[in-house]
Design a protein around this ligand. Sequence first.
Ligand SMILES: C[S@@+](CC[C@H](N)C(=O)[O-])C[C@H]1O[C@@H](n2cnc3c(N)ncnc32)[C@H](O)[C@@H]1O
Length: 168
Amino acid sequence: MNIDEKLRERYMCMREITISDYLEFIKNKQSVIIEDIEVKLHKNWNIKTYAPPDDYTLERTTVWSFPDRGNWATHKGNYRGNWSPYIPRNLILKYSKKGDWVLDQMMGSGTTLVEAKLLERNAIGVDINLDAVMVARDRLNFHYSTLLEYKEPIIKTYWGDARNLDKI
Ligand SMILES: C[S@@+](CC[C@H](N)C(=O)[O-])C[C@H]1O[C@@H](n2cnc3c(N)ncnc32)[C@H](O)[C@@H]1O
C-alpha cells in the first residue's frame, strides 16, 4: 500500500475502536499528549456522583448559565475545547428519549457520549484523532448498571473523519 492509499484509508474510512482496542492501548500508556497537553488515562475511576446537583434544573431560555463546570461521573475539563456536560445533558434530555441514538461526529474527550450513557441513549462518537478516541473510551470506562431504568445503551466509537461517516 503506498502513502496515498494509506492516507485515503486513514481519512476516508471510519474504523471502529472497541473496548478491546482501548484495553490494548492502555497496556503501555498512562496518558496521551494532545496539543501539548498531557491527558491522563484513568483506567479505574473513583466516581462519587453520576449526575448534576439535585437542585439543578434544566435550562429554559436561550441564555444558559451553569452553577459550575460539571464534574460528575468521569467528566473533566482538561481536554482542549471540551464542553461542559451540562450542554449535551440539556440537549439530549430536550430532544431525545431513552433508547434513541445520539451522534457526536467530533467527540473529543467524549463528553456527549458519557452523557448519552448516563441518560440511557445509544451513541456513536467519531474523532479524527486516535488519542482523543482513546480518551473518550477511557471516560466511558465505568459501570452504573444499578441505576439503569431502561437497558444498557450501545456506545460505539470510531476513529475517522466527520466528512465521511461511511459506517453510519
Ligand atoms: C472542540 S473538540 C470537541 C470537544 C468535545 N465536545 C468534548 O467535550 O470533549 C473538537 C474535536 O474535533 C476533532 N476533529 C476535528 N476535525 C475533525 C474531523 N474532520 N472529523 C472528526 N473529528 C474532527 C478534533 O480532533 C477534536 O477532538
